[in-house]
Design a protein around this ligand. Structure first.
Ligand code: IPE
Ligand code: IPE
Ligand code: MG
Length: 237
């Protein structure tokens, strides 16, 4: 099983359901986002323990700018606080932080915090944590395609390099995509990288998704037979 996998596991999570988690408790959406941010810390630690190689978390999509400005401001503040609080410990634990997505629409203060977090954790080899902020897979593919148009070297690899450049960091193909919150859609996340990803949807809201839930999802992933268009191994041999 999974014998075609040549790299350490790349897991991505669409952390959805913060607002509904709060609404179910009669609390404002911001309370859900706060709990969601706390949960990021726990799941990042769990992913490192479970020997995930790359973890890409969808924190804020390009379309999320359309939310009320107070909610957007609260999310940006939580993100900045997360980086400020977690960077030192991540560096200590061998967790490298990268932020993918557009940066030009973020505040200069947040951009500085991102750059500091990336610099301070650059040597981390245990887990590569990629936080997707102001991210749109379609836009990234489109921008890479525009650059590719002028490229002299034309190959899939060079296109993927450009895709990495426009999003501030390349990553191996996605192995497993988890979405919490019950919706079964990609919402413009990693469209290129997810070509052969296994999809795992859970009704649990993000603040309720635990390390044990992550272990269950990974166990299910490991039991799946990834074929990449080929026939099952037992038949081929
Ligand atoms: C995910 O939770 C967090 C972000 C999109 C930033 P939501 O805020 O989408 O929560 P629901 O889907 O409304 O419950
Ligand atoms: C996707 O969730 C984005 C993040 C989790 C950051 P949304 O809640 O924005 O997606 P839709 O609107 O349900 O598709
Ligand atoms: Mg949502």
């Amino acid at each position: 099983m999974n014998s075609l996998r040549t790299h350490a596991l790349h897991l991505a999570i669409i952390m959805d359901g913060n607002g509904r988690w709060a609404a179910l408790r009669g609390q404002p959406r911001s309370a859900g986002h706060r709990r969601g941010a706390e949960n990021v810390r726990a799941i990042v630690r769990a992913a490192a323990e479970l020997r995930v190689g790359t973890l890409t978390l969808y924190a804020f999509s390009a379309d999320n700018w359309q939310r009320p400005s107070v909610e957007v401001a609260a999310l940006m503040r939580l993100f900045e606080d997360y980086l400020k609080k977690e960077t030192a410990e991540c560096a200590q634990q061998g967790i490298r932080i990268s932020v993918i997505g557009r940066r030009d629409r973020l505040s200069p203060a947040l951009r500085d915090v991102i750059e500091a977090a990336e610099l301070d954790t650059a040597d981390g080899r245990r887990l590569h944590l990629r936080l997707a902020v102001d991210y749109s897979a379609r836009e990234a593919i489109f921008r890479a395609a525009c650059r590719f148009y002028k490229a002299t070297r034309v190959s899939r690899e060079s296109f993927e390099e450009l895709l990495g450049e426009v999003t501030h960091g390349a990553a191996p193909d996605l192995d497993l995509l988890i979405r919490t919150g019950g919706e079964q859609r990609l919402s413009d996340f990693l469209l290129w990288e997810a070509a052969y990803a296994e999809l795992y949807f859970t009704p649990k809201m993000w603040p309720d998704f635990t390390a044990a839930d992550l272990a269950i999802a990974l166990a299910e992933y490991r039991a799946r037979d990834r074929r990449f268009g080929r026939v099952p191994e037992a038949v081929a041999s």
